[in-house]
Design a protein around this ligand. Structure first.
Ligand SMILES: [Fe+2]
Length: 308
C-alpha cells in the first residue's frame, strides 16, 4: 500500500487566462471549460496541471498521486496524524481524499500507469579518453529544434511548516520513503520501487503552499533551450540552466504568473529498489544546486502566506 507516482497539481487562481498562456507556452496541451483550465503532456490521457479560476489569489488546492491499496492507506492516515476527508466540491475523480497533518489536501487514485515513453536518442558527450561522436556535430542550428515538449510530470514540490513531520506522514501513511534531505529545510520523498529520486518534496515555510511542478524533457539541451524560450515569453523570473546536487537533475525553472515555478528537468537519479538506497542529509550549501546562476531572491518565497 503505497504511493507510486505523481499525477497532477490543482491550483486556485484569480484568472485563468495568464495560466493558459503560460502553460501552453511551456508546451502543455490545454482544455478549457467554464472556470477550469486543464493541461496535459502531449500523448498522455490525463491532466498534469489544473487551474480553477475565481480565487482572490493563487492557492494550492490539492496534489494528486497514483497509489495502490487505497483501503490500506486510508486505514493508516489517522494514526499518522492526517484524516480521510469527503470528496471536495464538484470533484468526481473517485479515489480517496486525505489531509496531511498541516491540512494539505492529497487526492489518491488507483489509476493505470502511464504508457512507457519512447526511448530518447542517446545524449552523447565526448570526454577525455572516451570519444563517442566523430565526424558529426552534436548541435544543429537553433532553428532546427522544435519547441520543448514536456513528456511527463515528474515531481511536485510544496511548502510545509514542518518538513520532518510532512516526511513522516508521507512515509507512515502513504508508504513513501525519504530519498534525501538538507537538514530540516528541504526533503525529498520517493516511492519504494521504480521511482524518480523524488515524487513529492517539501520546503520549509510558515504555511503550506505550491512551489513547483517539474516536467521531464528529452535531454539537458532541451532543458536549457526550453527554459530560455519560456522565460522570454513569460517575462518573470527564472533560474537555470543548472544542475541539482540532490537528485542530480539538470534544471531550468521559470516563474508562473503567480510567483510559483515550472521546472523542465532531465537526468534525474532513479531509485529502483529503496532497500538498496541510503538517504543523505546534505549541508544547506548543497540544498538548491550544485552549480547554476545566482538563485532568484524569491525562489523559495511562499506567495500563499499572508493576506492578498
Ligand atoms: Fe524540482
Amino acid at each position: 500500500m503505497a504511493v507510486l507516482g505523481a499525477l497532477s497539481v490543482t491550483l486556485m487562481v484569480p484568472e485563468l487566462e495568464p495560466g493558459v498562456k503560460f502553460y501552453t507556452d511551456a508546451g502543455l496541451k490545454s482544455s478549457i471549460e467554464t472556470g477550469i483550465a486543464r493541461f496535459r503532456c502531449e500523448g498522455q490521457n490525463r491532466d498534469s496541471i489544473v487551474l480553477m479560476g475565481g480565487s482572490g489569489r493563487k492557492l494550492l488546492h490539492h496534489i494528486s498521486l497514483r497509489a495502490d491499496d487505497l483501503p490500506g492507506i486510508s486505514a493508516q492516515v489517522r494514526a499518522a496524524g492526517g484524516e480521510v476527508v469527503k470528496t471536495p466540491g464538484h470533484f468526481t475523480d473517485g479515489g480517496v481524499w486525505i489531509k496531511d497533518p498541516h491540512g494539505m489536501l492529497i487526492h489518491l487514485s488507483e489509476c493505470e500507469e502511464d504508457p512507457q515513453l519512447d526511448v530518447a536518442p542517446r545524449f552523447e558527450v565526448n570526454a577525455p579518453g572516451r570519444l563517442v561522436r566523430k565526424r558529426r556535430s552534436a548541435m544543429q542550428p537553433g532553428a532546427a529544434y522544435r519547441p520543448a515538449k514536456p513528456l511527463r510530470l515528474g515531481h511536485i514540490l510544496v511548502f510545509s511548516p514542518d518538513v520532518a513531520a510532512s516526511v513522516r506522514f508521507m512515509t507512515d501513511a502513504l508508504g513513501m520513503a525519504l530519498a534525501d534531505r538538507a537538514q530540516d529545510i528541504i526533503a525529498f520523498c520517493c516511492a519504494r520501487a521504480n521511482s524518480d529520486h523524488h515524487i513529492v518534496a517539501f520546503a520549509k515555510s510558515a504555511a503550506i503552499g505550491f512551489h513547483h511542478a517539474s516536467f521531464q524533457v528529452a535531454d539537458p539541451d532541451e532543458v536549457g533551450r526550453g527554459g530560455r524560450a519560456l522565460v522570454a515569453k513569460a517575462g518573470r523570473g527564472d533560474w537555470g540552466f543548472g544542475r541539482h546536487t540532490i537528485g542530480s537533475n539538470f534544471f531550468h525553472y521559470v516563474q508562473d504568473p503567480w510567483g510559483s515555478w515550472f521546472e523542465y528537468f532531465s537526468d534525474m537519479d532513479h531509485i529502483d529498489d529503496y532497500s538498496k538506497w541510503t538517504p543523505t542529509n546534505y549541508a544547506m550549501e548543497d540544498s538548491l544546486a550544485n552549480w547554476g546562476p545566482p538563485v532568484p531572491h524569491d525562489f523559495v518565497h511562499n506567495y500563499e502566506v499572508g493576506s492578498g
